[in-house]
Design a protein around this ligand. Structure first.
Ligand SMILES: Cc1cc2nc3c(=O)[nH]c(=O)nc-3n(C[C@H](O)[C@H](O)[C@H](O)COP(=O)(O)O)c2cc1C
Length: 179
């Protein structure tokens, strides 16, 4: 019998994002999130469900900016490191050997290896049970030319983004069909 609190294991797999943030001193953090979804076309809004005990939660709610970086299959080890605990002595960006470059409109950095980076400014945050739903307005989109088709869709068979089931279980199913 599946426990009620395990329902999320059935709403899967979900795309994984590496979310970059900074604190007041400009110290950078990266964290893995899979409770993430677009919620509005116009204005372009994206929602993250974040545990309020996460270091990235404090950065996001103090600085009001974050970047959603979409990783590739090859980056799965880095995805796992970014999902580990914050360490005041060594940034997870360094631990995961992630390369960064400056964003255009926000302070947190872009992850260079990620084919997609969405620069976001916090629009609102609302407590939802044991998480907080943070809604960000997408203010700049970066997508490498070779990973989008002519309609702007992600070429999932090229990027092969890791999809999260739960815990350390990921899916890599890449067949696309137009219906
Ligand atoms: C694949 C994966 C997906 C995750 N999704 C979420 C999520 O959606 N929300 C959340 O609060 N934590 C999520 N986590 C856990 C955080 O990444 C983890 O607590 C991390 O230590 C937070 O780092 P921080 O304290 O530096 O922000 C996920 C972890 C992994 C590995």
């Amino acid at each position: 019998m599946i426990k009620l609190e395990d329902f999320h294991r059935l709403v899967s797999p979900r795309p994984v994002a590496l979310v970059t943030t900074v604190d007041e001193k400009g110290r950078e953090d990266v964290s893995t999130f899979s409770w993430i979804t677009p919620v509005s076309f116009d204005p372009p809004l994206i929602a993250l469900a974040i545990g309020p005990n996460k270091h990235s939660y404090w950065n996001i709610t103090r600085i009001n900016e974050f970047v959603v970086n979409i990783p590739t299959e090859k980056m799965i080890d880095k995805v796992w490191i970014a999902g580990g605990p914050w360490d005041p002595k060594k940034s997870k960006i360094e631990k995961a050997k992630l390369k960064t470059k400056p964003a255009e409109k926000v302070r947190p950095p872009l992850l260079s290896e990620c084919p997609v980076n969405l620069e976001c400014i916090v629009e609102t945050a609302r407590k939802a049970g044991d998480h907080v739903i943070v809604i960000g307005r997408v203010v700049k989109v970066h997508a490498k030319d070779d990973i989008v088709d002519d309609r702007g869709n992600l070429k999932v068979d090229v990027v092969r983004p890791p999809l999260h089931v739960a815990d350390n279980l990921f899916a890599f199913p890449y067949v696309t069909k137009t219906v």
